[in-house]
Design a binder for this molecule. Structure first.
Ligand code: NAD
Length: 463
């Protein structure tokens, strides 16, 4: 049934106050209970495997292999890594205390924020909703999850799946569009975890600032893929295209464009063309999420000649199926080099010198990932030092973001904060400084006047 804005706001407030009560009553503090919920979520994922793959097929025509690896199995791994080490990560860390505080013990305790809001995007609609949720629950928070309204089958499934595992006081899935997101952001949470575009990230950050709510922002941008003159060209062509066309190019850390040294440009294009003929992406590739995004992607191609485009397979706009394309013969000021592409179009530009390349890259905002194909250690080091990025991967694409031992996140306009595995649990916690003193101890440390001879004494001994 449809609700008015006021009714939605009322409902959100009610849900939030029940979660706040649940948290204040200490229901999330017991580690064994957190672990049990994570196990229950793991079992629910396993029993819903086919439904997950079907929802992803329905929303994005996601190939089963991609859905299985990047969403379903990825989440199982995330839960298992967290369960295995959670106790160790949460153990208070003892640290030294100054001699003049003795007898005294000092430790750092990892504590949950409280009620967390998670806002998720549509491109990996299950993974990007549940991976932060795993971290949040492990860290001892309650969660309001707002999935993307654009991946409707996944949104429906998340509602059912999570209701089968968690009481609503612990996890509540709030469905709805931008108006509902805005209503959520109008409420006071203890922590916000947002994944989505840089543009909406700015709205989230400013709303969070109004109530001084800490937030992690996982945003987008243009991830450069640089191929220098020493690179293994065949290997580069294969690995760049496999990363780019995974999920139909709708991965936040996919190579967004290629910058290739002019001396090997023709070789790279030829190798990519060869790869496009061999690999049947047009038969098994995710579709564009909706017609609006299809139109957005088509706009990039306006004004280009046929010779500038290498395309394999046919488009079918009625089902948002866009064939993979390379675009050549453009320069750095083309719109394909200005806006995030986020679809199966790979623009290729060339550069003539390292310094020109660095200047161009520095003119762009900082990306989630930087990819380098090169056999030269010096070149890779120079690039690492010349351009910031959330992650860096040499001689391959995407692998830096598929390892749960590594932190995942952006820098600058691609966001801030890190998650995955231990970094996720840390993201949803704060470090509390705890000191316990004994009854004895130096009396002068109970600082109060009259200070008498204390000052000259301090000056003498505290140098
Ligand atoms: P989006 O920013 O349009 O939407 C993300 C979420 O924000 C959705 O749940 C949506 O309902 C909500 N939202 C949209 N407009 C809002 C508004 N005005 N106020 C409040 N909430 C609003 O992003 P998207 O189109 O779903 O996803 C694509 C973008 O996300 C790309 O830029 C991509 O690079 C980025 N992304 C980043 C990561 C990452 O981990 N860094 C992962 C996936 C996607």
């Amino acid at each position: 049934k449809l609700m008015t804005v006021e009714q939605t706001q009322q409902q959100i407030r009610g849900d939030l106050s029940r979660q706040r009560q649940y948290f204040s009553d200490g229901n999330t503090l017991d580690l064994a209970i957190r672990e049990r919920y994570l196990s229950d979520l793991e079992s629910a994922l396993i029993s819903h495997k086919d439904r997950i793959l079907n929802a992803l097929q329905e929303d994005l025509n996601k190939p089963a292999v991609e859905a299985f690896l990047a969403e379903y199995y990825f989440l199982l791994q995330e839960i298992r890594v967290v369960k295995k080490s959670l106790k160790k990560w949460l153990k208070p860390k003892k640290v030294a205390s100054p001699i003049y505080f003795q007898p005294c013990s000092s430790e750092i305790c990892i504590e949950p924020y409280g009620v967390a809001l998670i806002v998720a995007p549509w491109n990996y609609p299950i993974q990007l909703a549940l991976a932060p949720l795993v971290s949040a629950i492990a860290a001892g928070n309650t969660v309001v999850l707002k999935p993307s309204e654009l991946a409707t089958a996944s949104e429906d499934l998340l509602v059912k799946l999570l209701a089968s595992v968690f009481p609503p006081e612990l996890v509540h899935v709030q469905t709805g569009g931008v108006d509902v997101s805005a209503a959520l952001l109008g409420e006071k949470f203890d922590f916000i975890f947002f994944t989505g575009s840089t543009e909406v990230g700015k709205i989230v950050a400013s709303k969070a600032a109004e109530s001084l709510t800490p937030c992690v922002l996982e945003l987008g941008g243009k991830c450069p893929c640089v191929v220098d003159s020493t690179a293994d060209i065949k290997l580069a062509a294969g690995r760049i295209l496999s990363g780019k066309f995974f999920n139909g190019g709708q991965t936040c850390f996919a190579p967004d464009f290629v910058a290739v040294h002019e001396s090997v440009k023709d070789d790279l294009v030829a190798a990519m063309q060869c790869e496009m003929e061999l690999v049947p992406w047009h038969l098994e590739m995710a579709h564009v999420i909706n017609d609006r995004h299809y139109q957005r992607l088509s706009n990039f191609l306006v004004g280009l000649d046929d010779e500038q485009i290498v395309c394999s397979g046919e488009d079918d706009r009625s089902v948002c199926k866009m064939a993979p394309r390379l675009v050549m013969g453009i320069n750095w000021d083309h719109c394909l080099l200005k806006e995030e592409v986020f679809g199966p179009i790979l623009p290729i530009v060339s550069y003539s010198s390292e310094s020109d390349l660095i200047e161009e890259l520095r003119g762009m905002s900082d990306p989630l990932a930087l990819y380098l194909f090169s056999e030269s250690k010096d070149f890779c080091l120079t690039m690492q030092q010349s351009k910031r990025s959330g992650g860096l991967c040499v001689n391959d694409t995407m692998k830096q973001s598929s390892n749960l031992e590594l932190p995942f996140g952006g820098v600058g306009e691609s966001g801030n904060g890190r998650y995955r595995g231990e970094f996720g649990v840390r993201a949803f916690s704060y470090q509390r400084a705890v000191v316990r003193r004994g009854k004895l101890g130096a009396q002068w440390m109970d600082l109060k006047p009259p200070y008498g001879k204390l000052f000259p004494w301090l000056e003498r001994f505290m140098r």
